[in-house]
Design a protein around this ligand. Structure first.
Ligand SMILES: C[S@@+](CC[C@H](N)C(=O)[O-])C[C@H]1O[C@@H](n2cnc3c(N)ncnc32)[C@H](O)[C@@H]1O
Length: 361
């Protein structure tokens, strides 16, 4: 899930949202010195965001299936749930026969998770710990835990950088020989879409707003990828696999990546934007469980991430758009993503080559 930073103030990278010496609701200045990290976790303390995640059935049922239909993996095992939220995955693990589940979350939702676990009579198995996964201590002994479960995926897979925390947890707490990550595989894809109408509404709109030129905002709109649902009919190129992550073995340094792509027109059409989406797999299940967030698949709250191009490319069937996409956590706010998109198109009707920086925030 991705907390919407627009609602939390995180986009501003706000360091201390209130002025010095201000007391609000009886809290002193120190308590009110909120950092962008606090805003991030704060956004997860509201039940609304958890409601959206739980109601995303593609997401939640995939976790449920991969846990409950694989009792042979869980029976008598020790499990760590990184970012437990309401405790849903921890409770699945307990139902699947886990001996002990550590459910860790730094956000205020952990207080609800404690009550939920108790209300469901699972508090003898599930221990909810409120704290940052990077800082908590678990009494699981030298061998560590047998399984780490986590729903860490953000928009564009990597937005919010929670994968970093999952890798920290893996290296610190997962049994080095036999430990299992669930899920353990993620793949990112890119494709081109025809999207004249939406580009008109979201980008060109700023050229003339009730007779005024607001095209300065158009520039901002163009540099911010849009998270939206794309109709599969608009996809006018082949998809291309961009990146593949093995969460069980990847290094922290591989979270930022650079990948080449080559996509081919599947019909004569215009390409207004490139979209990126991801697939998730629980490959250690008896029968691997997977789901896709692509436009061809059932709706998920991750939707697709759209990068509008400055050019409208006139693409003929069989012509190629190639390029490179590189991502980096933003230096000022590591939960923001800077994404560099470089592409070249040499079609019969048009030639174009550009490099642009987008920021997902
Ligand atoms: C996408 S939600 C998933 C919640 C729940 N597991 C579910 O599937 O419904 C991620 C949760 O991870 C928590 N989280 C993110 N980074 C964390 C960290 N470093 N330490 C502890 N909790 C973290 C957030 O507060 C949030 O509640």
């Amino acid at each position: 899930m991705s907390a919407d930073p627009k609602e939390t103030g995180e986009a501003n990278g706000a360091e201390g949202a209130f002025g010095a010496g201000v007391a609000v609701n009886g809290k002193d200045e120190a308590q009110l010195k909120l950092t962008s990290k606090d805003y991030y976790f704060d956004s997860y303390s509201h039940h609304g965001i958890h409601e959206e995640m739980l109601k995303d059935e593609v997401r939640t049922l995939s976790y449920m299936r991969s846990i409950l239909q694989n009792k042979h993996l869980f029976e008598g095992k020790t499990v760590l749930d990184v970012g437990c939220g309401t405790g849903i995955l921890s409770m699945f693990a307990a139902k699947a026969g886990a001996k002990k589940v550590y459910a860790v979350d730094f956000s205020g939702i952990a207080e609800q998770a404690k009550k939920i676990v108790k209300a469901n009579g699972l508090d003898d198995v599930v221990q909810v710990i409120r704290g940052k996964i990077e800082e908590v201590e678990l009494d699981c002994g030298e061998g560590g835990v047998d399984i780490i479960i986590s729903e860490w995926m953000g928009y564009f897979l990597l937005y919010e950088s929670m994968l970093d925390s999952v890798l920290v947890a893996r290296d610190k707490w997962l049994n080095k020989e036999t430990g299992i990550m669930m899920p353990d595989k993620a793949k990112m894809y890119i494709a081109g879409i025809e999207d004249a109408q939406y580009k008109e509404e979201k980008v060109h709109y700023w050229d003339n707003v009730y007779g005024f030129d607001m095209s300065t905002i158009k520039e901002m709109a163009l540099t911010e990828p849009l998270v939206e649902t794309v109709d599969n009919q608009t996809v006018m190129t082949t998809p291309c696999l961009l990146a593949e992550f093995d969460v069980g073995t990847m290094k922290q340094s591989e979270v930022d990546f650079s990948a080449h792509f080559n996509i081919e027109g599947i019909r004569d059409d215009y390409c207004h934007a490139l979209i990126v989406y991801f697939d998730i797999e629980f490959s250690r299940c008896h029968k691997p469980v997977h789901f896709s967030t692509g436009p061809h698949a059932k709706y998920t709250h991750w939707k697709q991430t759209i990068f509008y191009l400055r050019d409208d490319l006139t693409v003929q069937r069989g012509e190629n758009i190639s390029g490179t996409i590189s991502t980096k956590q933003n230096k000022g706010n590591k939960r923001d993503l800077d994404i560099e998109l470089e592409y070249t198109f040499a079609g019969e009707h048009q030639k174009a080559s550009r490099k642009d920086i987008y920021r997902l925030r």
